[in-house]
Design a protein around this ligand. Structure first.
Ligand code: BGC
Length: 735
């Protein structure tokens, strides 16, 4: 591994990730506390819960004392789901994922919950209303993690939180923070990294940003939810050590650093118990050990077979809420199987959040968030997270004499901004690569553009219209471009850009052939374009518009440069061109290892697990699933921990990413020869190249040998420098 320090480090003048994160989350912002009293129940008297000067816990107790048993049963479930309306029962924010119930006799409003990790997901249009309700599509989380820049991620969170609040939503169902256990995981794009330290700090920065505007964020999906195959039924078999060190650790960091309003429990089982019914996980670990004081909700329709167990486990809110689920609770109360005090305890957490919400403060949301301002934040984040994987002979940035461009690959024209399912965003537009290039006065080859646009249109027309938002749309098949046409273009234009695109999302894990591995058409395209352009002395840049790892080794030698802009949200094309031209010097680093081949992935023998019964269970009339089991046999050896320890050469390791400049590291200075309570390590990083750039300093530690096996090194600190001018240096100190 290059540029890896076996020490802890932090950039001088920048606080450590953890140390600089403002704590927020449970305190109500001062500007939203209603002055004095509000007569919520209209009885003319000032009841304790209406007194904003009293502690929230006292007000919650007062509300509880006024609730009927029936109200209590209803309060622990959302308002329900309508398959006809395909959405939560409630009308305040069409397209929201759920609502809590209203206590109308007490004047306690319903609060609104909506997805998701790349921005707010609500319907952009409303019946009988000409106004549009678009939200900003931010870069996917994997891209945000590639920035290794906590301040930038926090600023994206502030922008997302603003949209949440201004559209009348109270809680964002994000960030997702499951571990990239396997590159086939369909929802990896909604998650940050294979490493819990990076994931945890990224999630904390996001939560701090979102919650700084006075709305809630939700860490999800707790825990060991790393695949979509049989997702509602799969039993994850995982050792306590791997759970603690890999799968829980990121959540632990985020809870400690950001004290989020909410956590969503996962669909899957963990060692035989559905995560949403698992008291040791939800109460012992989460509350007793980590001190979590927010609200735990289920994932939508998770493990409803035993809502009583969910209540007891400390899963306070059942989402989106179902009648059979509530009936189980009512019955259990009647038979004495469930004590009302359990409901009271759960409702305290729910009301604790409701009382801090914009809805409770009767916040006058505008329905006009600053979409223009946020698109700038999205563009900056997308450019800062782009990872330069290869750059032979300084192919990039594009030299000044490159004016004409041949753009190959469907997604050059039809960029994929993010994945599908609940992590999708209804944005107003997506800037494609060619649009980004044209905005900067490059000349796009018109013959190719005409052919590609016709091909894309025809392929799209062939597809049946999407019936539901969660339906997955695989990328369109690549067009066959004749060798003659490629050769003509190689003679006519200055450079070739070839984009390979991938989509993935909820409900589906990725197939290997044609997804993790490139299709035969894609490989032929790369081969033909490279041969023809090289024959003319022209270069080829390969762009990976992907949400998840793909195989690169079989084709990477053919092209001159490889840029990985991931799925960059609505401003993707502009951000990509910022990097191609050198206006932004790439400083992104991989948050996840790219293996040489799938068989090298440590979970490859155990993904997505095996059926444990032939019984096919239909879930909600939508999905067929088999009971199944997945064995996390690789234990703690996930991602780079495995490649390092077992000497398996990856294609590109975690933390890898090139720059248009060069950084030189000075020697690492330790504050002491041996460790006693604290130690600092410092290092100087100098820009010894010709252009300004930022560097990500990564700290990896090796544990002393003990009785149990340990990873060779683990990420324990990181910091991103400011943009250093050539010759400039930054001192980094890690505590
Ligand atoms: C997803 C969650 C999402 C929820 C509400 C579920 O299918 O797993 O991540 O927040 O739906 O849309």
């Amino acid at each position: 591994m290059t540029r890896i320090l076996n020490l802890i480090v932090l950039i001088l003048g920048m606080a450590l990730a953890a140390a600089c994160a403002p704590r927020n989350g449970t305190e109500q912002p001062a500007d939203e506390i209603a002055e004095g009293f509000r007569d919520l129940n209209g009885n003319g008297a000032m009841d304790p819960y209406e007194d904003a000067s009293l502690p929230i816990a006292d007000r919650v107790d007062d509300i509880l004392a006024r609730m009927s048993r029936e109200q209590k049963v209803r309060m622990v479930s959302g308002t329900g789901w309508s398959m006809e309306g395909v959405g939560a029962v409630g009308s305040k924010v069409p397209g929201a994922a759920g609502y809590t119930i209203e206590l109308d006799n007490l004047g306690i409003p319903s609060i609104v919950l909506a997805d998701g990790p790349a921005g707010l997901r609500i319907w952009p249009n409303r019946e009988g209303d000409d106004k549009t309700y678009f939200a900003t599509a931010f870069p996917i989380e994997t891209l945000l993690a590639s920035t290794w820049d906590l301040q930038l991620v926090e600023s994206a969170g502030v922008a997302m939180g603003n949209e949440v609040k201004e559209y009348g939503v109270d809680i964002l169902l994000a960030p997702g923070m499951n571990i990239h256990r396997d590159p086939r995981g369909g929802r990896n794009y909604e998650y940050y990294s294979e490493d819990p330290y990076l994931s945890g700090h990224m999630a904390a920065a996001m939560v701090n940003g979102v919650e700084s505007v006075g709305v809630g964020a939700t860490l999800k999906h707790y825990v060991a939810n790393n695949q979509e195959t049989n997702r509602l039924l799969v039993d994850t078999i995982v050792s306590e050590r791997a759970l603690r060190e890999i799968y829980l650790r990121g959540f632990e960091i985020a809870v400690e650093e950001a004290r989020p309003w909410a956590i969503m429990s996962a669909y899957n089982q963990v060692n035989g118990t559905p995560a949403s019914q698992d008291r040791p996980l939800l109460t012992t670990v989460l509350r007793d050990e980590w001190g979590f004081d927010g609200l735990v909700m289920t994932d939508w329709f998770a493990a409803m077979d035993n809502t009583v167990a969910q209540m007891r486990a400390g899963n306070e809110l059942l989402m989106p809420g179902t009648d059979p689920g509530s009936a189980q609770i009512t019955q259990a109360l009647e038979t004495g199987e469930l004590d009302e005090s359990v409901l009271d305890r759960n409702i305290r957490y729910i009301l604790g959040v409701v009382l801090q919400s914009p809805a409770f403060a009767d916040y006058a949301y505008s329905d006009t968030p600053d979409l223009e301002g946020h698109s700038k934040t999205a563009r900056k984040a997308a450019a800062d997270g782009a990872v330069l994987l290869k750059n032979d002979d300084t192919t990039l940035p594009l030299p000044a004499d490159v004016k004409t461009i041949a753009a190959f690959g469907n997604t050059s024209y039809d960029f994929i901004s993010g994945g599908t399912g609940s992590g999708d965003v209804n944005e107003a537009y997506v800037v494609s690569l060619v649009q980004g290039l044209e905005a900067r006065d490059f000349e796009i080859d018109e013959d190719l553009r005409g052919l590609y646009e016709a091909h894309i249109q025809a392929e799209k027309a062939n597809r049946p219209p999407k019936e539901n938002f969660w339906e997955f749309e695989p990328p369109l098949p690549e067009m066959i471009v004749s060798e003659k046409l490629v050769a003509d273009k190689a003679a006519q234009v200055d450079i070739a850009l070839v984009t390979i695109g991938r989509n993935s999302g909820e409900f589906h894990d990725r197939p290997l052939e044609g997804d993790f591995y490139l299709t035969a058409e894609e490989k032929t395209l790369i081969e033909n374009v490279s041969e023809a352009f090289h024959a003319q002395g022209n270069k080829v840049v390969l762009i990976l518009n992907i949400g998840n790892v793909v195989e690169t080794v079989s084709w990477r030698d053919k092209v001159d440069a490889i840029l990985l802009p991931w799925q960059g949200g609505q401003e993707a094309g502009n951000a990509l061109v910022d990097v191609l031209t050198g206006d932004v010097n790439p400083s992104g680093k991989l948050p996840t290892t790219f293996s040489v081949k799938y068989a090298d992935v440590p979970s490859s023998d155990n993904f997505p697990g095996v059926k444990t019964s032939d019984e096919v269970i239909n879930i909600l009339g939508i999905l067929d699933a088999n009971p199944s089991q997945v064995d996390y046999e690789e234990g703690i050896y996930v991602g780079y921990r495995y490649y390092d320890a077992f000497d398996v050469e990856p294609a590109y390791e975690l933390g890898f990413g090139l720059s248009y400049t060069r950084f030189d590291y000075g020697p690492c200075q330790l504050s002491a020869d041996s460790f006693a309570d604290t130690m600092t390590a410092s290092v100087t990083v100098a820009n010894s190249g010709d252009v300004a750039g930022k560097e990500v300093v990564q700290l990896y530690l090796t544990a002393p040998e003990g009785e149990i096996d340990k990873p060779i090194r683990e990420l324990k600190g990181f910091a991103k420098t400011r943009a250093l001018a050539p010759g400039d240096e930054a001192s980094c100190v890690f505590l």
